[in-house]
Design a protein around this ligand. Structure first.
Ligand SMILES: *Cc1c(COP(=O)(O)O)cnc(C)c1O
Length: 460
């Protein structure tokens, strides 16, 4: 295996000519046939992916126009090492030549054992036990069931509700949905299907400077902590766990909050015999500038969910990392097992590529993750001068440009493509989490394209 990262080539603009009839045909066949995430069957036409390499995507639109662009989204947080990374490609090929899948009931294999060892070495002590799940949402389901089993094993079976933060996002399966923001998650559409949980107010915003956390408003933190304490104390007898995205809430609004709030939750959870579940599915593996977002607070959760970038974006897989104390309690319970077991648990291809990704990441943490924040902050800074922009925040490899009103998604996406960048805005947010293989020039291209696209569509 080679560890050479493919670097992005120089940014190029949209090719004005050159029709790709096959992409027009492809998009036509897709429409009305396939659902895309949270989109209508007859919604806006998607772009066709013709090729992907390093930090770059080659796209074509329904007119057959090609766009050679930097992927500013890392395919939704996943492709941290870029597309077609030689080491990751090799890991998949080598494992495919051995065996691609085997059941995990009663059997084990080298890729699974190695990955679990790698994850335990990468994660903070005492998270020393690993459950491999098929996706982020499923890992959250497992964490919720585990917390209920833990409380039952401790003789508190009435503790089976969860406390979550308003503005949070934890996945799209019904258990995970129940701890998502109740309004954004449209809980009212699914009465009876989505359980009724308890919610703390969204923590106050933490300021950022130069891609790092800056000192928060201490009074706002104290007010929030007092409210969190009150709600948990009032309901402690029915709560199994507090479930949070540490420091950065992602799909619920790209909200950065003070690590002090997470530290308080750790203390409050301990005081009331409640588990702390950290959903690091988006934030893990260096994305916020630290290994895990919990590290900003010096907090170790009882249970940690990781996913998205786990396999370097190659295959779907997530993991639930569990502390010694919690794992031992499950093992001593009457059931003894964690009651979950998906068909594709510990898929060998996914495990093999995940181990290769974690190995690369250990290098990237030194090489790139530490410096990405300040470069991204500088690249996005001009956006803050636009009238339509409320606020620009950058934490590590996450950059957010928040507008005063909703983004014209189609127009901003197109305007950014014309400037050589793929972004996928939502609500009032144009945001980026670039692959770690992006060159400094790629980061500058992203900053200029986001700023230029917002200016073109939403005015100065
Ligand atoms: C994406 C995400 C999930 C869900 O992961 P899937 O793999 O899409 O099921 C859960 N929690 C957070 C914080 C996420 O960002």
């Amino acid at each position: 295996m080679t560890a050479t990262a493919p670097t992005g080539t120089t940014p190029s603009s949209t090719a004005p000519t050159g029709s790709t009839p096959s992409s027009t045909d492809l998009i036509g066949r897709d429409r009305g046939l396939l659902w895309h995430p949270y989109a209508a069957l007859d919604g806006p036409a998607p772009y066709a992916v013709l090729a992907a390499s390093g930090s770059r995507l080659e796209l074509a639109d329904d007119d057959g126009r090609r766009h050679d662009v930097v992927d500013a989204m890392s395919s939704w947080w996943c492709m941290i090492h870029g597309y077609r990374h030689p080491a990751l490609d090799a890991a998949v090929h080598e494992q495919a030549d051995r065996f691609s899948h085997v059941m995990f009931g009663g059997l084990t294999h080298e890729p699974a054992v190695r990955l679990a060892e790698d994850l335990v070495a990468f994660a903070p002590d005492p998270l020393r036990h690993v459950f491999l799940a098929d996706s982020g949402s499923v890992s959250v389901e497992v964490a919720l069931k585990l917390a209920v089993q833990f409380q039952a094993a401790a003789g508190r079976p009435e503790r089976r509700r969860f406390v979550a933060l308003r503005g949070g996002y934890h996945g799209d399966t019904t258990g995970a949905m129940s701890v998502c923001d109740p309004v954004d998650g449209m809980h009212s559409l699914f009465p009876g299907l989505v359980a009724d949980q308890l919610f703390l107010p969204r923590p106050p915003a933490a300021p950022t400077a130069d891609g790092r956390l800056a000192a928060p408003d201490a009074a706002a933190v104290a007010t929030w902590v007092a409210e969190a304490e009150r709600i948990v104390a009032e309901h402690a007898g029915e709560i199994a766990a507090v479930v949070v995205e540490p420091v950065l809430q992602g799909a619920g609004g790209m909200h950065v909050y003070p690590p002090e709030c997470l530290m308080a939750l750790r203390r409050i959870a301990d005081e009331h015999g409640v588990l702390l579940v950290a959903d690091e599915i988006a934030t893990g593996f260096g994305r916020t500038g630290a290994r895990f977002a919990c590290d900003h607070a010096g907090v170790v959760p009882d249970v940690m969910c990781v996913g998205k970038a786990l396999t370097g974006g190659y295959l779907t897989m997530a993991a639930v990392l569990v502390s010694d104390r919690v794992a031992e309690a499950i093992t001593r319970s009457p059931q003894r097992a964690l009651l979950h077991g998906p068909t594709f648990m510990a898929n060998p291809l996914a495990c093999a590529v995940a181990s290769a990704s974690v190995a690369l990441l250990t290098l990237e943490l030194e090489r790139r993750v530490g410096t990405l924040g300040s470069r991204l902050a500088a690249a996005l800074a001009p956006a803050a001068d636009l009238d339509a922009v409320r606020d620009v925040r950058v934490l590590g490899g996450v950059g957010v440009v928040a507008l005063d009103g909703p983004v014209d998604v189609g127009a901003v996406t197109r305007a950014a493509l014309e400037r050589g960048v793929w972004v996928r805005p939502f609500r009032n947010l144009v945001y980026t989490m670039p692959p770690y293989v992006c060159s400094d020039e790629d980061i500058d291209t992203i900053g200029a394209a986001v700023t230029g696209a917002v200016e073109e569509v939403h005015g100065r």
